[in-house]
Design a protein around this ligand. Structure first.
Ligand SMILES: *Cc1c(COP(=O)(O)O)cnc(C)c1O
Length: 358
């Protein structure tokens, strides 16, 4: 039976967006980032739709195992590597590529019992100050990695950018320069670019790009939408009108009486709330699409419901479709109004939301 609220996933749009990435970076291989349940789109279905990629990247071992269990044999990178010897053996057995970013991981590889060769990516911290070997420690870490038996030669050289979504931020150029200096003369492929860098900084494209957000059709920049970048939004979060009511001028709606009717108002109650991952921080006035037409939210977002002013729309009835984000209400716009980023919204679609492939 069809659920009340659904995340409709447009698999043709996923393929289109991968094609956009290839067109922008024709000389690079693509590591499609599908961590966090493919940014909320469904790990295995998204991976299958993106089967033409050169590899998949995930954050956790379990995500990789789920992909292998689904029969996907593509190259697969664990973006944070492994966190225990048991994970290391499982990763080697399933032929996962491993990010190596810490002395603990080097020690784990050195002390390893298994003999299956491992393909490693080594991360330089050029200023993100999260994971990776600091520039001054990198040469020693690299040499140590290259001495380990059963680690394939010429590991891929990686860094991650902190400010690529701001085209004017000078930090990106500094990071690119630091990466170039740290890795100068070393064999091995290079990988720097996430979605924002891939689009905004040609010099970061290198041998492997690591796009996540753009594959889902969403802009990584603080303004504008994916459509303006030639992308197609993949997810539509859709629900229904579950009641239509009259509210008199002067009455309030919802918790805290946070919204007061300035006029006699026709209101639709919609079956979507923060229990579905729809952000509670959205203010009155944020748009939803009722029957394909925009209408403003009124009052607070509840766990299972939101209320919408449909006075200016004719003929709204129970059962009418409502788009919370997707075509016509870009998730970028909803994120801005909610004071967050689209990443958080699409990743945060909750378990009770039914996924439906198109
Ligand atoms: C998540 C992640 C990416 C993808 O980032 P987007 O901004 O979604 O393109 C790339 N590289 C690393 C290391 C990541 O953790």
């Amino acid at each position: 039976m069809r659920g009340l609220i659904r995340a409709i996933v447009d698999t043709a749009a996923l393929r289109h967006n991968l094609g956009r990435v290839r067109a922008v970076a024709p000389a690079s291989h693509v590591m499609a980032v599908i961590k966090a349940n493919a940014y909320g789109h469904g790990l295995v279905p998204a991976a299958k739709a993106l089967a033409e990629t050169d590899g998949y990247a995930v954050a956790r071992l379990e995500e990789g195992l789920a992909l292998r269990a689904a029969g996907l044999t593509n190259r697969l990178l664990l973006l944070e590597g492994v966190f225990s010897p048991a994970q290391l053996e499982a990763a080697a057995e399933h032929r996962f590529d491993l990010m190596v970013h810490s002395p603990e991981q080097l020690a784990m590889l050195e002390g390893r019992a298994g003999s299956q060769p491992v393909s490693a990516w080594i991360k330089v911290d050029t200023g993100m100050n999260r994971l990776g070997f600091r520039v001054e420690d990198f040469a020693a870490a690299y040499e140590r990695l290259c001495r380990i038996p059963n680690v394939q030669p010429a590991p891929t050289l990686v860094t991650h950018l902190a400010c690529a979504d701001d085209r004017r931020d000078p930090k990106t150029a500094l990071q690119v320069r630091a990466f170039g200096a740290a890795t100068e003369g070393l064999p091995g492929a290079r990988s720097i670019a996430n979605s924002a860098a891939l689009l905004a900084c040609p010099e970061t494209r290198g041998d492997w790009v690591r796009p996540g957000l753009v594959l889902y059709g969403v802009s990584p920049f603080p303004s504008g939408t994916g459509a303006e970048l030639g992308l197609r939004p993949v997810m539509t979060l859709q629900s229904e009108v579950i009641a239509v009511k009259a509210v008199r001028a002067g009455e309030t709606v919802g918790y805290g009486g946070a919204w007061r009717a300035a006029r006699d108002t026709r209101m639709a109650v919609v079956g979507a709330g923060y229990g579905d991952g729809y952000p509670r921080s959205l203010p009155s006035g944020a748009p939803v699409l009722v029957n394909g037409r925009r209408a403003p939210l009124i009052g607070r977002v509840s766990m299972d419901m939101v209320t919408v002013d449909v006075t200016d729309l004719t003929g709204v009835a129970t059962g009418d479709p409502v788009v919370l984000w997707g075509e016509g209400v870009p998730v970028e716009e909803i994120a801005r109004q909610a004071g967050t980023i689209p990443y958080e919204l699409i990743c945060g679609v909750s378990q009770r939301v039914q996924h439906e492939l198109r």
